[in-house]
Design a protein around this ligand. Structure first.
Ligand code: NDP
Length: 323
């Protein structure tokens, strides 16, 4: 972290999903003059969502990207310095916390709010990597259009997979859902929607062996884990929707994480094991993972940061009085 341009802020927020923007709105209104560094995907996971029908305040629903634009505008109007950039390194060992942005400049912050969210998980097979961008995708909303009129497969049985399958069912003749157990993890309402869609074909107890194709996807070879029978399904698009991994790798030298990499908070707070560093949203939440809960914890993180700073400033005046 040597020889880089430095700037000092009271509050650095890392991440621009509902958690980060809400933290920014509260921190800015508390006069912490926050700097928010967006991360590679400005707006976070909701940028890849279509209709959001469960965020209070939007009686007719809203598109995910539009909602995040509203969040951004509100954070900016309150006075947040929003910068597109990616935090590549942190150092939480001193009194002032450090973060390197884009390997270019260094921010020194009294408080840091981590709101880095989570990213899509992959199966980890060779053909998935090789054909990524050539038929393999983790985002139906982003890439589904390219498969209009073609058959596709979706892996996973959670709400994300159900949502992706339903989206694709509007574009594709047949959507094959590959589910590794004999039941889905998705909410009942999403299961019902999937099961009643005429062109979604569910393959229970089915695991992906390999995706075939030289330049583009031609088919997927699957294995039924009950009968151990393999079969080949011709498809042109292969969508992976098997959950998410928290984006916490750059923090693990300093912050406590659980076995899946989620940052651990102290009870009833957003405090981490390092004073002045707080975490909100999906980076610490593997249970609820909703936009509204992420926003709620973003608010909590800003309040915790503000209290931490007030206390620190009060202690500094006490020490000055003693001297
Ligand atoms: P989930 O963890 O809920 O589901 C993951 C799915 O992928 C499960 O069916 C799981 O199977 C399967 N899976 C995991 N690993 C593999 C693998 N290696 N091979 C094959 N299948 C695999 O993740 P989601 O992203 O679906 O949802 C995350 C959270 O976000 C949930 O709380 C969900 O409710 C929420 N959500 C809400 C939405 C909404 O309200 N509109 C939309 C999307 C998500 P198994 O069950 O066997 O583990």
């Amino acid at each position: 972290m040597e020889n880089k341009k430095q700037e000092k802020v009271k509050c650095l927020i890392i991440g621009s999903g509902p958690a980060g923007y809400t933290a920014a709105i509260y921190a800015a209104r508390a006069n912490l003059k926050p700097l928010l560094v967006t991360g590679a995907e400005m707006g976070g996971q909701l940028m890849q969502t279509t209709d959001v029908e469960n965020y209070p305040g939007y009686p007719n629903g809203i598109m995910g990207p539009e909602m995040m634009e509203d969040f951004r505008k509100q954070a900016e109007r309150m006075g947040t310095d929003i910068r597109f950039g990616y935090v590549t390194e942190v150092d939480f060992s001193g009194d002032l916390h450090k973060a390197v942005v884009d390997d270019d400049y260094e921010v020194l912050a009294d408080t840091v709010i981590v709101a880095t969210g989570a990213s899509a998980k992959w199966l980890g097979i060779e053909s998935e990597t090789r054909l990524n961008g050539h038929g393999v995708s983790a985002c139906a909303v982003c890439d589904g259009f390219f498969y209009k009129g073609l058959d596709v497969a979706v892996v996973g049985g959670g709400d994300t997979a159900a949502e992706e399958a339903l989206y694709l069912a509007n574009l594709c003749p047949t959507v094959h859902m590959l589910i590794r157990r004999d039941e889905m993890r998705a909410s009942k309402v999403m299961q019902q929607r999937v099961l009643s869609a005429e062109n979604i074909k569910i393959h229970w107890n089915t695991e992906t062996v390999e995706i075939t194709g030289d330049k583009d996807v031609d088919s997927v070879i699957v294995n039924n884990n009950k009968t151990n029978e393999k079969s080949e399904i011709p498809i042109k698009g292969f969508f992976v929707a098997i959950g998410h991994k928290p984006n916490t790798d750059i923090f693990t030298n300093y912050l406590d994480v659980d076995s899946e990499g989620y940052l651990i908070t102290k009870p009833d707070s957003t405090k981490t094991n390092v004073g002045g560093v707080f975490v909100c949203g999906d980076a610490q939440d593997k249970i609820y993972r909703q936009a509204v809960t992420a926003a709620g914890t973003g608010c909590m993180a800003a309040l915790d940061a503000e209290r931490y700073l007030s206390h620190k400033e009060f202690m500094a005046t006490q020490e000055a009085d003693v001297v």
